[in-house]
Design a protein around this ligand. Structure first.
Ligand code: FE2
Length: 245
C-alpha cells in the first residue's frame, strides 16, 4: 500500500516528491505491463526509497558498477554454486558467444543487479517465498541510464521463465531446484491472456534470450574474464542511451 507517515523534515518532503515522481513514471511513462503491475514487493514504496537512495549513492559509470559487483557480488547466487558476480559475468559471456548485440550483453551482465543495488538486502533467504521482485527493483535506474533495450529484457526475465516453462514444459526440467521453486512463487504457468500479453512486449525476444543465458550461467567450472572486461561495453551502452535522449 502506498501510504507512508507524514514527512518530518524538508529532506523528507523532497524525498516524497521524488518518490511520487518515480511512482508516476512507473505507471505512466514506462507503461509497465501486468508482469510488473502486480501486488509484489517491488512496487512497495520502500523499494522505491531504496532505489532512490541507491541512485544517489551510485552514479552510472562502468567504474561504479564494477565496484558494486566486486563489493556485493561475492554473495552466493541463491543456493547455486556461483557468486552473484560469477553468475552475471557468465550470463554476459554466454550472450557474447552467441553474437548478441551490446545492449543484450549489458542486459545479461546486469540482469540481477536488483539483488545487489541498494542498501538493504532482498529477502533471498525467505524460503517460503522466493519471489523477491528483483527484476523490477532497478528498472527505473536501468531505464534512465541504459534505456529500454537494456532495462526491459531485465524487467521481463522473470516472466520469460514462466513463458518458457508454459510453452515448453521440458524447460522446467532444466531449472535448478531453487529456480523451479522461484518459478512457482513468481506465478507458475502463464494463462493464455498472460502468454499473449508477454508476446506483445517490444523486447519479448530479447527477454527470452536473456532468460536462457541466465539459466545456463550457473557453471562452477566455467572460465570467465574479470568483470572489467565489460567496461567498454557498459560505457558504450551508457553513451548510446544518452545520445538518443
Ligand atoms: Fe539470474
Amino acid at each position: 500500500m502506498l501510504i507512508r507517515p507524514k514527512p518530518e523534515s524538508a529532506t523528507d518532503i523532497v524525498d516524497d516528491f521524488a518518490l511520487a515522481r518515480l511512482w508516476l513514471r512507473t505507471i505512466t511513462f514506462y507503461r509497465p505491463t501486468g508482469f510488473i503491475d502486480q501486488d509484489r514487493p517491488s512496487l512497495h514504496i520502500d523499494h522505491h526509497r531504496t532505489f532512490l537512495n541507491s541512485t544517489r549513492c551510485m552514479q552510472p559509470t562502468p567504474e561504479n558498477i564494477i565496484a558494486l559487483y566486486r563489493q556485493r557480488g561475492t554473495e552466493i547466487y541463491g543456493d547455486e554454486k556461483v557468486t552473484q558476480a560469477e553468475h552475471a559475468i557468465q550470463s554476459a559471456v554466454l550472450a557474447e558467444r552467441q553474437g548478441a548485440v551490446d545492449s543484450q550483453i549489458v542486459a545479461a551482465l546486469l540482469h540481477d543487479i536488483g539483488h545487489i543495488l541498494g542498501e538493504d538486502k532482498l529477502p533471498a533467504s525467505d524460503l517460503e517465498n522466493l519471489d523477491d521482485g528483483h527484476e523490477n527493483r532497478a528498472y527505473h535506474w536501468l531505464c534512465e541510464h541504459f534505456g529500454r533495450e537494456v532495462a526491459d529484457p531485465i524487467r521481463l526475465h522473470v516472466a520469460a521463465k514462466r513463458y518458457l516453462c508454459t510453452v515448453t514444459p521440458d524447460y522446467c526440467e532444466t531449472l535448478s531446484p531453487t529456480s523451479y521453486k522461484s518459478y512457482l512463487d513468481q506465478g507458475g504457468p502463464m494463462s493464455e491472456a498472460e502468454l499473449q500479453e508477454f508476446r506483445q512486449e517490444p523486447f519479448f525476444e530479447q527477454a527470452i534470450a536473456l532468460r536462457r543465458w541466465d539459466d545456463q550461467a550457473k557453471d562452477s567450472e566455467m572460465v570467465i574474464p574479470d568483470i572489467s572486461f565489460f567496461s567498454e561495453r557498459l560505457q558504450a551502452s551508457l553513451d548510446r542511451s544518452r545520445s538518443v535522449r
